[in-house]
Ligand binder design. Structure first.
Ligand SMILES: Nc1ncnc2c1ncn2[C@@H]1O[C@H](COP(=O)(O)OP(=O)(O)O)[C@@H](O)[C@H]1O
Ligand SMILES: [Mg+2]
Length: 249
């Protein structure tokens, strides 16, 4: 097997916060490389540093020290503007609370990241948004507003929005955290489908059961990696979904 392209490389990443005059070490030297096509779950109990790490990987925050290469580019050496542009073009985010614009249609929510892209005109923007919504199974709900959709549908819109710029990586923070078991598995199925199509995904969760569905699992504890394992044969989320009881009583 030939070595795939490196999407993310971090070396000895540290992040400290000063709270009430005391130093909180959220990340204490974290290193790994993620290659194209990996589906990585990052686990750990609450407070282990998962969100801090994801915010650094997503260029939403900067480390106290350490190196970060995204798609071969040094994130530290970028200007603030350049970093914001890189974030918009190279990263798709999916959050626990969906972060959709309220009272706004699915299609408008998905078009949003493209508004900052001068290379894409209005017609192309619309086409790409429709394609992305079709890809997440929402082709019939293009003009539904966020408040008219279920949690699972809203998360699909958020995933379509994350895909629309064709990012090099998708970063998800507790993406199934607010969803019931059945809906969680349907979203997990979607992530597995995206992975099968070659997408690179980092999926942060506190739920250890989800490790068997990804191709690699990294566990954090107290700001350090305590294990990093490859899963040669991930379980099928579709199978798990189909074996769930149909009603929850
Ligand atoms: N902005 C912040 N200011 C101060 N402390 C923070 C901040 N963000 C995270 N922390 C602290 O860093 C540690 C790791 O937090 P976090 O990354 O949110 O963990 P997780 O997502 O695994 O629950 C915790 O002790 C948390 O209180
Ligand atoms: Mg968190």
């Amino acid at each position: 097997m030939s070595e795939k392209k490196e999407i993310i490389r971090i070396e000895n990443l540290r992040r400290e916060f000063i709270v009430g005059g005391e130093k909180v070490k959220a990340l204490r030297g974290v290193s790994f490389t993620i290659r194209e096509g990996e589906f990585v779950t990052i686990m750990g109990t609450s407070g282990s540093g998962k969100s801090t790490l994801l915010n650094l990987l997503g260029c939403l925050d900067t480390p106290t020290s350490g190196e970060y290469l995204l798609d071969g580019m040094s994130v530290q050496s970028m200007s603030k503007n350049r970093r914001a542009m890189t974030r918009n073009r190279k990263i798709g985010f999916v959050f626990q609370n969906y972060n959709l614009l309220p009272k706004t249609t699915a299609i408008e929510n998905v078009e949003l990241p493209l508004l900052y892209n001068p290379e894409v005109n209005a017609a192309e923007r619309r086409k790409r948004a429709i394609d992305a919504l079709n890809a997440v199974g929402l082709g019939e709900r293009l003009n539904h507003k966020s408040n008219q959709m279920s949690g699972g549908q809203q998360q699909r819109v958020a995933i379509a929005r994350a895909l629309v710029n064709d990012p090099v990586i998708i970063l998800a923070d507790e993406a199934t955290g607010n969803l019931d078991t059945r809906t969680s598995f349907s979203i997990l199925m979607l992530f597995q489908e995206l992975h099968a199509k070659g997408r690179t995904i980092i999926f942060v969760t506190h739920n250890p059961e989800l490790a068997e569905y990804s191709s690699r699992n990294i566990v954090l504890r107290d700001g350090k990696i305590i294990s990093d394992t490859i899963n040669e044969s991930p379980a099928s989320a579709r199978e798990a979904f189909e074996n769930l009881p149909k009603d929850n009583d």
